[in-house]
Design a protein around this ligand. Sequence first.
Ligand SMILES: Cc1cc2nc3c(=O)[nH]c(=O)nc-3n(C[C@H](O)[C@H](O)[C@H](O)COP(=O)(O)OP(=O)(O)OC[C@H]3O[C@@H](n4cnc5c(N)ncnc54)[C@H](O)[C@@H]3O)c2cc1C
Length: 262
Amino acid sequence: MRLIVCVKQVPDTNEVKIDPKTGTMIREGVPSILNPDDVSALEEALRIKEEHDGSEVVVITMGPPQAKNMLRECLAMGADSAYLLSDRAFGGADTCATSTTLAAGIRKIGGGDIIFAGRQAIDGDTAQVGPQVAQRLNIPVVTYVQKVTVEEKRCIVERQLEDGYELIETKMPCLLTCVQELNKPRYMSIGGIVDAFEKEITVLTHKELNLTSEDCGLYASPTKVYRSFTPEMKGKGEMIAGGSVSEMSKILVNKLQEKHVL
Ligand SMILES: Cc1cc2nc3c(=O)[nH]c(=O)nc-3n(C[C@H](O)[C@H](O)[C@H](O)COP(=O)(O)OP(=O)(O)OC[C@H]3O[C@@H](n4cnc5c(N)ncnc54)[C@H](O)[C@@H]3O)c2cc1C
């Protein structure tokens, strides 16, 4: 079985802070990490590979040259091969252009039985890329996957809902977008880290994907970021003190009603 995992390098948004004086984002020193949902997607692919002899796990990303570091992490976790789609022409891509490029990359490397993606990237936060890639490859997609069982040429999948889950059967090839509840990802092994530095990472440009420069990046993006700004800091909290518990509760309820929370 061929398992392909779409992985994205993102800034660790837990480390991003707002400068209280200027109100702008402090980006210096913010480490880049493998997107958390994608770690779960990779773990699941590795788990399925271990259960099905002769399987392979391939990771693919679209990004700048430094995304190679993240791909080496994936190789150190156990991925067999890695592809980096990197080209100036890919710059400024919105989700539409990103998924066109990723789908072209997946086609170029021969496709897979299951394509995994994270549910969402913690920087762009749109959760659109997975379903768009599936649409371009003309294969079924199941989002919010919290459990996968593979049987012959089909997947039985639990799809997370707010109040439970749906049980879905899909034929392969298919694309699954994964949530972190799916599993507990493994750590990189020491041997895996050493081997990862010896493996080659294949870099593909737009020409090698049979895309013109008009098919990708800013040029092929129907949306443009018009303005971006830091949200205003929330005001100070207010303590309700004094009086009996029921008096303080009444004040609290009034305040919540004024703000239309209740
Ligand atoms: C309106 C708009 C305009 C934008 N303009 C720009 C711009 O000018 N310049 C710019 O740099 N960015 C821009 N972006 C950001 C860029 O579109 C996104 O980073 C990218 O398309 C992925 O979307 P996302 O981060 O929301 O991923 P999501 O859809 O939340 O990601 C879901 C999953 O898809 C997969 N995935 C997503 N991106 C990749 C990738 N690159 N490689 C491999 N797998 C991936 C991962 O598995 C991920 O978990 C723009 C975004 C929007 C919405």
